[in-house]
Design a protein around this ligand. Structure first.
Ligand SMILES: NC(=O)c1ccc[n+]([C@@H]2O[C@H](COP(=O)([O-])OP(=O)(O)OC[C@H]3O[C@@H](n4cnc5c(N)ncnc54)[C@H](OP(=O)(O)O)[C@@H]3O)[C@@H](O)[C@H]2O)c1
Length: 312
């Protein structure tokens, strides 16, 4: 496993990490959470991703309980604030919710601090200066070490840097965007100037587009799979994506790996990706997906270009 600096930060994150969205709770109970986190850690993963919104806080409780078996300094833990509840001040990036949401998340995780704290979405209803001041406060008071954004535009990230400079506050260090063979634009084009200008780090999500890129939906929606369980995700399963995934499977066979491993290894080839956050609903999937690190070196530039052409 390779460890990358998170952008300009001195912090090192494993190139593959493990996240809790949708799985921790409904699919992975405490025993399974412990087993999967241990498996990931034993294979070199040091970064575990979470959010206040995941399972209404249950994902943080489970991760916190599993973290009892680890030395705190061995792991990098994140959470994300935005969707904290139904009240008028339980949502968004206003000062009150950022601080109260972070304190509540820390309580559920049973941690004194998270390493990485994200603003889970941009918030047009809050002035950027207010958000930057709140994140700066949380860093200075020790609740988090680095702050970042998730699914912000390049323009919004630039705005945060400008505000931080004017206020003498800590700027964002990393962004968490979706990145997979079906969604490349933000990471590859929109964010391109930010890597040089700010040495922005990225922790990317849904490397398998919710499992579609594993090929599991090639013959329809299997019972119990994510798209069977989560109705709103089904709109992302299009005939075009299924056709592309089938073509990827041919390349994967030639490289003697699985389609999922090929799709994840492709993400790892991008030098602007600090860590690819894996999702898995059981140990078998996680084991397979962790194998992508070994597949990365089989992807020559020619192979990479040919898969990109297949998925264009
Ligand atoms: N910042 C954000 O807004 C944001 C948004 C989404 C995710 N994230 C983060 O990114 C992490 C990963 O995202 P993701 O879960 O969407 O990743 P993903 O890899 O695109 O999808 C993971 C899902 O695909 C299926 N799967 C995984 N490996 C498989 C395999 N080898 N064979 C067959 N099926 C397989 C499993 O679902 P089933 O078994 O249930 O079918 C698994 O839960 C999340 O946990 C979260 O931490 C962040």
């Amino acid at each position: 496993m390779k460890y990358n600096r998170l952008g300009r930060a001195g912090l090192k994150v494993s190139e593959l990490s493990f996240g809790a969205w949708i799985t921790f709770g409904p699919q992975l109970d405490l025993a399974a959470t412990k087993r999967t986190m241990r498996l990931a850690f034993d294979r070199g993963v040091n970064f575990f991703d979470n959010a206040e919104a995941y399972g209404g806080g249950e994902a943080e409780r489970l991760m916190g309980a599993a973290l009892k078996d680890f030395k705190r300094s061995d792991v990098v833990v994140s959470t994300k604030i935005y969707w904290g509840g139904k009240g008028p001040n339980d949502k968004g990036l206003n000062y009150k919710h950022l601080v109260e949401g972070t304190y509540a998340a820390l309580e559920r995780l049973d941690l004194d601090y998270v390493d990485l704290l994200y603003c889970h979405r941009p918030d047009d209803d809050t002035p950027i200066e207010e958000t930057v001041r709140a994140m700066d406060f949380l860093l200075r008071s020790g609740s988090a070490f680095y702050w970042g954004t998730s699914e912000w535009s390049a323009e919004q990230i630039e705005g945060a840097h400008r505000a931080a400079k004017e206020l003498g506050a800590a700027p964002p260090t990393m962004e968490q965007p979706e990145y997979n063979l079906f969604n490349r634009d933000k990471i590859e084009r929109e964010f391109a100037p930010l890597y040089e200008r700010y040495r922005m780090g990225t922790t990317t999500w849904s490397p398998l587009a919710s499992g579609i890129l594993s090929g599991k939906y090639d013959q329809g929606i299997p019972k119990g799979s994510r798209l069977d369980r989560v109705e709103w995700l089904r709109e992302y399963l299009t005939p075009d994506k299924v056709a592309k995934t089938k073509k990827l499977a041919v390349v994967a066979r030639e490289l003697e790996c699985t389609t999922a491993q090929l799709a994840i290894a492709w993400c790892l080839k991008n030098p602007n990706v600090s860590s690819v956050i894996l999702g898995a609903s059981n140990e078998k999937q996680l084991e397979e997906n962790l194998g992508a690190a070994a597949v990365r070196d089989r992807l020559s530039d020619d192979v990479r270009k040919s898969i990109e052409a297949l998925c264009a």
